[in-house]
Structures are given as structure tokens and as C-alpha cells.
Design a protein around this ligand. Structure first.
Ligand code: SAH
Ligand code: SF4
Ligand code: F3S
Length: 467
């Protein structure tokens, strides 16, 4: 998980609105935060906020924060420390700098942020972004504003449909939020506290958004949720339905070439969703399916409600449905009580599955989660050493996976010019970035590419001649 920046671009000429103020959003954490940053920018554009190229150039800086590990949270306070001088210098100028803290730290720490940093004007939780214009109005009057309530009524009010201008900015590949929140309460995790209980968005609303994205030129949709395969609702025939029904419906939309979803929990991987990987050609053969640990004792202590053998059996069923399915995972090392034997079981599971890509984290005790109160916390040095061993294994797996693509011809959806002149970059079905020498006219097309070489993170090849 890396920090990313997102800025609002100036309003399209058709709207004839000159931005008077400038916005800079710095996002941390997961894809949900990246998506929320787009929504915040969309919402503030009609308020006259245009693009700031840098924090120095901005009238409003939004830190869109992540609370998942201690280091992510502390980053917020170091960022705020760095912004202090900038804000001070502009205190009495015609362009005072306003600073907002949004995202999961805002939700989790609320007023504590005001106490720890006097540079913050606004603290806003993820469920309250639809009130940003009003909040900023109050800030302009000199108030310090905080809003971190979970709305009691319409949990999706803040997901107001993006307008046509906002949709055009999505490019070829767009996220569509299908559910928010999580009820799983894994004992290490803050998400159920920062994002609230699991709520699914009605099918009609997400089909409508997907249709409008497709009409605006989007070719790939990634369904997004903290626990995306917990989605449940009423399908088209009036029956109760799960995520497989959503995928089947979206696959009918003309123009949508590729569908993906993230992040899934193994327990919510039902038969219909497994079959969807066999039956829906647009559903890409890549699945991020976090397992966290390979030890049954640790999985139990983590409250994951499945064992290592269950996970392996699930992988086998998925691969039976879609033999070329590439799998990715999250692992936590050093959960309280993790012995060397427990960790060996994690290595064994990773070895058995053969992941195409993996994220791995040292356990970070989060205040308020049950894991933080467990005895037997693992010393930092042990975590560091285990992380290095896991990293060596999964990196070797990733290289082997990428290297095995050499000589294969795979469909690539071309998205944008590459870093080098004459280069165009796209994605393989398996989420690998692919670079080819080609003209700009291939952007937006899905074409067969023969892979000729690999680097640490990418594949290189040439567009295969059509037969
Ligand atoms: N909803 C997803 C991901 C949640 S957060 C899921 O269920 O898998 C992304 C990842 O961060 C998690 O999968 C986990 O591996 C990691 N993570 C969460 N809490 C953590 C903690 N306290 N310490 C270290 N890693 C953590
Ligand atoms: Fe956190 Fe577990 Fe929910 Fe994932 S499933 S968001 S790890 S509580
Ligand atoms: Fe972080 Fe919140 Fe996402 S804690 S991982 S930004 S849901």
C-alpha cells in the first residue's frame, strides 16, 4: 500500500466554471481510499476547486488517511508537522491554507486529531464526504469542524452518482463500490470500527453507474468493497443474490471487456462465485484472496473462521473452475502467539499455493482490537526476521510466475502511454503491467501480445500479428 496523490483537474470548458481555489488530496491506504479521493475531487469541482500541482499550490490540502497499522497512522501526524510552517506563512495572506484530515484515521481518532495538531481545520470520516461543501463553508467562517458519525439512514447517500464530467475522468479502468464496511471482526483489524458494519449497495444503483461508465469509454470495472464478496441483495429476478449475480449482470453491459473484484474473504467465496470464474468470460483470472496465516492455531486466534486446509481446498475448487487463475494474498507475520512452527505452516501454505503476487505485513497491535490485548506479543526482531523469510519465498514465486509468461501470447488492455517514448502500457488478465512499442491508437483496445521478457514488476512484448 503506497501513498498516492490525486488532484481535481479544472472543470471541462462546457461547464464554463473557472476554478478559483485549488485542491490537493494525498491518499494513503487501500483502493477504497483512492476511490474516495476521486469522489471528493468530483464533489469539490462544482464548488470551484481546481487542480493543485503540489501542496504549496493548494488552498485546501486533504490528507486521506489509513489506520490499518500504527505506522500508517503516525504518518498522518508527521505529514501534519510538515504542513505547519506552510500554513503559518499563509496565515494572514489572501490565500489562507486549509487542512482537512479524512479517511480512517479521521474516523478512528476524531477529536484527538484536533488535540494533537492545531493545524487541522476539518476532520471528516468516510461516511460524511457528501457534506464536504457545507463543512468547508463552516471552515471558511473560521470554525474547526468535525463530522465522523455513521449515518443512521442511507449509508450510501455519500455515494451520490458521479456526474458525466466526473465519469469522463475515470479513463479506461474504473472502480465501482458495491459494498462498504465489514462484520468479520478479525482480531487484528480496525476496519469494522473505521468503516462500520457491512452494507451492500442495491444492484440497480451499481448497474446504473457501470452503464454510464461504459458509455463514457470505461472498458474495465473493478468492484470494490472492504469485503466485496459479502455483497448480498436482490437479483434481477427478485431472488436473493450474491456477487456472482452482480458480475453476471455487469458482463451484459456493452463495452465492458473486463471485470474484477477486490478484496475477498475466503468464507464468502460461495459456489456461484467460484462458478462465475468458469462461466463469465469478462471475469479476469486474477483473485486477491487474503489468507493471513497458514497456521490453524493462529487463524483461530485471528478469528478468521477457516483453517489452512479450508483455504487450500478453496484454491483447488477455484483452479478447477478456472485453471489459469492467478492468486494473490495478504499475510501477517508475528501475530501474538505465533511460534516458529506456526510460521513454518505459513511458509508451507505459500509454497503449496504458489502465489502470483503477495502483500506481507508485520503484525501491528491496534488499540481497541482484541489482538492488541493478547499476551505473547512477538518481539520486533522476530517479526523482521520472519518477514524477510516470507518475502524471499513469495518474491521468488512472483518472479517465477512472471518469467513463465515469456513466450506466451496474452490479451492486453492498453491503458496509457508508457514511461519511455513510443511505449504503451496495459495490463494482462493476471494484473501484470505489460509494455509494448506501439502507436497511441492501441489505447482502449484489448490486443494479443506475445511476451518476450520480464523485469522485476513488468512484462515486455509485442502486439501479435492478427491472423
Ligand atoms: N478486507 C480485506 C483487507 C483488509 S486490510 C481482507 O479481509 O483481507 C488489508 C490487509 O492489511 C489485511 O489483509 C491484513 O493482511 C493487513 N492488516 C490488517 N490489520 C493489520 C494489523 N493490525 N497489522 C498488520 N497487518 C494488518
Ligand atoms: Fe479486516 Fe477481517 Fe474485515 Fe478484512 S475481513 S476488513 S481483515 S475484519
Ligand atoms: Fe486503511 Fe481504512 Fe483502507 S484503515 S486499508 S484506508 S479501509
Amino acid at each position: 500500500m503506497t501513498a498516492s496523490t490525486l488532484t481535481a483537474t479544472p472543470a471541462a470548458p462546457a461547464l464554463a466554471q473557472t476554478p478559483q481555489r485549488k485542491l490537493f488530496i494525498k491518499s494513503f491506504g487501500c483502493q477504497m481510499n483512492a476511490y474516495d479521493a476521486q469522489r471528493m475531487a468530483d464533489m469539490l469541482r462544482p464548488e470551484g476547486y481546481g487542480e493543485a500541482q503540489s501542496p504549496e499550490d493548494a488552498d485546501l490540502i486533504v490528507l486521506n488517511t489509513c489506520h490499518i497499522r500504527e505506522r500508517a497512522t503516525e504518518k498522518v501526524y508527521s505529514e501534519l508537522g510538515m504542513l505547519r510552517d506552510m500554513k503559518e506563512q499563509r496565515r494572514d495572506s489572501a490565500r489562507p491554507l486549509r487542512i482537512a484530515v479524512a479517511g480512517c484515521v479521521a474516523q478512528a481518532e476524531g477529536p484527538e486529531i484536533f488535540r494533537r495538531s492545531d493545524v487541522v481545520d476539518l476532520v471528516v470520516g468516510p461516511q460524511s464526504y457528501h457534506h464536504l461543501p457545507q463543512q468547508l463553508h463552516d471552515v471558511a467562517l473560521g470554525q474547526r469542524v468535525i463530522e465522523t458519525e455513521f449515518p443512521a439512514d442511507d449509508k450510501f447517500a455519500h455515494l451520490a452518482a458521479p456526474g458525466p464530467d466526473a465519469i469522463r475522468r475515470r479513463g479506461l479502468s474504473a472502480f465501482v463500490t458495491v459494498q462498504e464496511g465489514c462484520d468479520k471482526f478479525c482480531s487484528f483489524c480496525v476496519v469494522p470500527y473505521t468503516r462500520g458494519m457491512e452494507v451492500s449497495r442495491p444492484l440497480a444503483s451499481l448497474v446504473d453507474e457501470a452503464q454510464r461508465l461504459a458509455q463514457a469509454g470505461v472498458r474495465e470495472i473493478t468492484l470494490l468493497g472492504q469485503n466485496v464478496n459479502a455483497w448480498h441483495g436482490v437479483g434481477e429476478g427478485g431472488h436473493r443474490a450474491g456477487l456472482a449475480a452482480v458480475l453476471a449482470r455487469l458482463a451484459q453491459i456493452p463495452g465492458i471487456l473486463r471485470l474484477r473484484y477486490t478484496t475477498s474473504h475466503p468464507l464468502d467465496m460461495d459456489e456461484a462465485l467460484i462458478s462465475a470464474h468458469r462461466d463469465i468470460p469478462q471475469l479476469m483470472p486474477f483473485l486477491h484472496l487474503p489468507v493471513q496465516s497458514g497456521s490453524d492455531a493462529i487463524l483461530k486466534a485471528m478469528n478468521r473462521k477457516h483453517g489452512a486446509a479450508d483455504y487450500l481446498a478453496l484454491v483447488a475448487r477455484l483452479r478447477a473452475a478456472r485453471p489459469d487463475l492467478a492468486l494473490s494474498s495478504d499475510f501477517i507475520v508475528g501475530f501474538p502467539g505465533e511460534s516458529e512452527a506456526d510460521f513454518a505452516a505459513t511458509l508451507a501454505l505459500a509454497e503449496a499455493v504458489g502465489f502470483a503476487s503477495t502483500f506481507f505485513f508485520k503484525y501491528s497491535a491496534r488499540p481497541g482490537t482484541p489482538g492488541a490485548d493478547l499476551a505473547d506479543q512477538v518481539p520486533e526482531a522476530v517479526k523482521v526476521e520472519r518477514l524477510a523469510r516470507l518475502q524471499a519465498l513469495v518474491e521468488a514465486q512472483r518472479h517465477a510466475y512472471n518469467h513463465a509468461m515469456v513466450g506466451q501470447t496474452v490479451p492486453v488492455l492498453f491503458e496509457k502511454p508508457g514511461r519511455n517514448a513510443g511505449q504503451i502500457t496495459g495490463k494482462s488478465p493476471y494484473m501484470q503491467p505489460v509494455h509494448v512499442e506501439a502507436g497511441l491508437d492501441v489505447i482502449g483496445l484489448e490486443l494479443p501480445v506475445t511476451i518476450t521478457s520480464t523485469s522485476t514488476n513488468s512484462l515486455f512484448g509485442h502486439v501479435a500479428p492478427s491472423t
